[in-house]
Design a protein around this ligand. Structure first.
Ligand code: BMA
Length: 328
């Protein structure tokens, strides 16, 4: 077995900053954080927990924008460098055949997956409570909404970027209608992206740790020679409320409910002012990752304190070694 490598197309224009001098962390924050604040879009109270992908030589995204009226919206945006974003002034209005499904109440925490021939969007969608919304776009102009993937209550639905053993595959985190003091990650598969089943348990919280209350999938899993790299958030309950950190796991390529490695220490935890102070203090919440396989460079997008969007960097080979050497 050679060195662990990322699988997929090159992305030479990935947003990137070298590790700062004197820093020995496996993941380091951008000097430009927060890269997106509320000023990046009209009528925005906060822009965070958002998803980006390479698109048309640059980048496109679906953003969580909580408005000044405190509605939770999904808006699309474009960027030439992945750092400076032009975000639309109004929400995505999904085209949907069925008004029962298409009725918009709220949407938040989007993920975007390039899968086969289009960009799929999953998000936390209201349907008698939070559940997993699913839609797609070809051009980041027109978005189509499909059936919700699961029954309420569920959050953090994340689609794998290719079929596994011939089936579409999704991670999710069954929840409650409120702030959910529990949560395990599950795997489900589908022949057609409408009917989901064969649910398998992936991982639970770990007592007495940064991931002791609940865990949830973060960005779309990244294919590597050693398995799927999954960044995931973990929550502990302090005397002052939830603290959201993130770590990573390596899941089996063919049976992704089988966890090969999983970080005992966190990779990133709230530390900077923009992570510790905001609408919800002490939150880092990863929702997207860009990768350049030939160089192993990775750029991880995460929300800070439910208020701003941030970015952090890593080299895959170092990250993989860290996850393996510091596994539960
Ligand atoms: C979760 C979601 C996330 C949020 C986090 C911390 O339940 O609502 O959007 O970042 O709580 O408030």
């Amino acid at each position: 077995m050679g060195q662990a490598r990322l699988v997929g197309p090159a992305l030479p224009n990935i947003p990137w900053e070298d590790r700062p001098q004197g820093c020995s962390d496996v993941i380091w924050r951008s000097r430009r954080n927060p890269i997106i604040t509320r000023d990046a879009a009209a009528k925005a109270n906060s822009i965070f927990n958002s998803a980006v992908v390479p698109f048309d030589g640059g980048f496109a995204g679906v953003f969580r924008v909580d408005t000044t009226a405190r509605n939770m919206e999904l808006r699309t945006g474009k960027s030439h460098d992945g750092i400076t974003w032009a975000i639309e002034e109004s929400r995505i209005e999904f085209v949907c055949d069925d008004p029962e499904v298409g009725k918009f109440v709220y949407g938040y925490d989007p993920r975007v997956t390039w899968l086969e021939d289009r960009y799929y969007v999953t998000w936390c969608n209201w349907y008698h409570g939070p559940t997993i919304g699913l839609g797609y776009t070809f051009d980041f102009r027109t978005f189509y909404q499909m059936e919700n993937a699961f029954l309420p209550f569920n959050r953090n639905g994340v689609l794998f970027p290719r079929r596994i053993r011939g089936k579409y595959a999704m991670l999710s985190r069954p929840s409650d209608p409120g702030h959910t003091p529990f949560g395990d990650i599950f795997y489900s598969e589908s022949p057609d992206l409408t009917h989901w089943g064969k649910h398998r348990h992936v991982m639970s919280p770990v007592p007495n740790s940064w991931q002791s209350t609940k865990v949830g999938a973060g960005p779309v899993p990244v294919e590597t020679t050693e398995g799927w790299l999954l960044f995931y958030h973990g929550v502990l309950t302090s005397c002052n409320g939830f603290v959201y950190s993130f770590g990573a796991a390596i899941l089996d390529l063919d049976e992704p409910w089988k966890v090969i490695y999983r970080t005992r220490p966190y990779l990133l935890s709230p530390r900077e002012p923009y992570e510790c102070v905001g609408d919800v203090p002490n939150v880092v919440f990863p929702t997207a990752v860009l990768c350049d396989p030939p160089t192993g460079r990775m750029a991880i997008y995460y929300g800070g304190a439910d208020t701003v969007t941030c970015i952090a960097f890593a080299y895959f080979a170092e990250l993989f070694e860290f996850v393996k050497e510091n596994s539960l």
